[in-house]
Design a protein around this ligand. Structure first.
Ligand code: SF4
Length: 237
């Protein structure tokens, strides 16, 4: 991704992200290796996963495979049956319909139910293609291109990532798409897709454990020395 930052700002931003990453690795250790899925399976998972606990989304994905056999079986099932099968995730009714429409739409547009053909496209073209389906926004398209076998450079900004980076003062309040764009301007050019995946995983873990939605535990946070919000809260006692 090109940058429109002044060179000094770019250097400062890169150094800050490098420091944050090093502090998170020192605190949590390296993340467990991700199960890298094919793009279609990752899309299904990511469409299920928003605002749902990771373990619940993983369990539902496993159950879908058992219940429907393959993704064509899921595509061809009535929406009501899909909804019942995914009732453990949030907004199951809406997600069931969007999932069905996406799977039917992929088949109609490509001729069969696969996303492997996306590998020959540029990253932004892949993301635009995916975002043509209802329920697929910047967060889901980033997850598909970054976490799956496509392994492209993109930063999946979920609710945890959004909250933590705003508290850090890395980005101003904005939606996931704008936040990703701003953060990617700060990401060192040397960071690979795998490094961006790890950065996402570590920031998410911080958000789940220390920098929670209601009460951030700044005194126990590995980023307290580099965080605008943490500095203010710790000063106030
Ligand atoms: S110092 Fe506090 S606000 Fe900042 S990232 Fe850590 S827990 Fe969140």
């Amino acid at each position: 991704m090109t940058t429109d930052l002044f060179p000094e700002a770019k250097v400062r931003g890169e150094a800050r992200l490098e420091e944050i990453q090093a502090l998170l690795v020192a605190h949590f250790g390296k993340s467990a290796e991700r199960e890298v899925r094919d793009p279609l399976t990752q899309l299904i998972y990511s469409m299920l996963a928003s605002r749902t606990k990771t373990e619940d989304s993983e369990q539902v994905l496993r159950e879908l495979r058992v219940r429907f056999g393959d993704w064509e079986g899921l595509r061809d099932a009535p929406v009501g049956e899909i909804e019942r099968a995914i009732e453990a995730v949030t907004f199951a009714e809406q997600k069931a319909l969007r999932l069905k429409l996406a799977l039917v739409g992929i088949t109609a547009r490509y001729g069969s139910l696969t996303l492997d053909f996306l590998a020959k496209y540029r990253t932004e073209k892949i993301r635009a293609w995916l975002e043509g389906f209802e329920g697929v926004g910047r967060q889901v398209s980033a997850a598909v291109v970054n976490f799956s076998t496509l392994r492209r450079r993109a930063l999946c900004v979920d609710a945890h990532h959004l909250r933590v980076t705003q508290r850090l003062g890395l980005t101003a309040r904005a939606d996931a798409g704008v936040t990703e764009e701003r953060l990617m301007r700060l990401v060192p050019e040397s960071w690979t897709a795998e490094m961006l995946d790890e950065h996402h995983a570590l920031v998410k873990r911080l958000g789940q454990t220390v920098c929670g939605f209601e009460l951030p535990q700044c005194g126990e946070c590995p980023l307290r020395g580099v965080c605008a919000t943490g500095a203010k809260r710790l000063k106030q006692g």
